[in-house]
Design a protein around this ligand. Structure first.
Ligand SMILES: [Zn+2]
Ligand SMILES: [Zn+2]
Length: 204
């Protein structure tokens, strides 16, 4: 039985031009089979047209306002998407893109922010169900390419960006205030207990 199965499911070499890489990944031995893929095969062509990485589409990062003059210029840094994919793989949980790209006309300037990296497509606000923003922040901190990193406690998300800077800037947004994190004030917002927890076995 199993040998016949193998024959039937073997990929014909000349008919795999469509979705070939995706098929091999979601085969019977795949560690992370997505139920969505099975359910809606007809959606695949649309999904593929908009996808920019294994788990994300352009739309996930599109936070532009309808009718804004920026409608023709969606900008998404593939480096940013790569970092989010890496985080997703590491924590093995779905990462929600709360906000991706928008221009300065789409949204009013936010408190305290000198330069909004969402405007150049190198920033995303992310959230993970069943994971605290502090834990997500601590996980994001392990990626050196993330140069801007902030927790928004008001909206329960973590901002990450891959701006071109040598030094990382970290901050918290809380009660509509933007507070730069320093060695002195960090422990007020980022619990060291959480940090130990993350660095040691996660289930203990
Ligand atoms: Zn706009
Ligand atoms: Zn942001």
């Amino acid at each position: 039985m199993s040998s016949e199965n193998k024959k039937n499911t073997a990929k014909p070499p000349h008919r795999t031009d469509r979705n070939s890489s995706q098929k091999s990944r979601s085969g019977p031995n795949s560690h992370h089979r997505s139920p969505h893929r099975k359910r809606s095969r007809q959606r695949n062509s649309r999904w593929n047209r908009h996808r920019i990485s294994e788990h994300f589409t352009k739309r996930d990062f599109d936070s532009r306002e309808k009718g804004c003059a920026c409608s023709s210029s969606l900008r998404i840094s593939l480096g940013l998407v790569g970092v989010i994919e890496a985080i997703r793989a590491k924590i093995n949980k779905r990462v929600e893109i709360v906000t991706g790209f928008y221009c300065s006309d789409c949204r009013p300037r936010q408190y305290g922010i000198k330069r909004d990296y969402h405007h150049t497509g190198v920033a995303a606000d992310i959230r993970v169900t069943d994971m605290s923003v502090v834990d997500l922040f601590l996980e994001a901190e392990t990626y050196p390419e993330i140069k801007g990193l902030g927790i928004n406690f008001d909206d329960n998300h973590v901002h990450i960006d891959t701006r071109k800077e040598d030094e990382r800037q970290s901050w918290v947004e809380i009660n509509n205030e933007w507070i730069l994190l320093t060695d002195e004030n960090r422990s007020q917002y980022i619990s060291t207990v959480d940090q130990q927890h993350v660095n040691s076995a996660p289930d203990s």
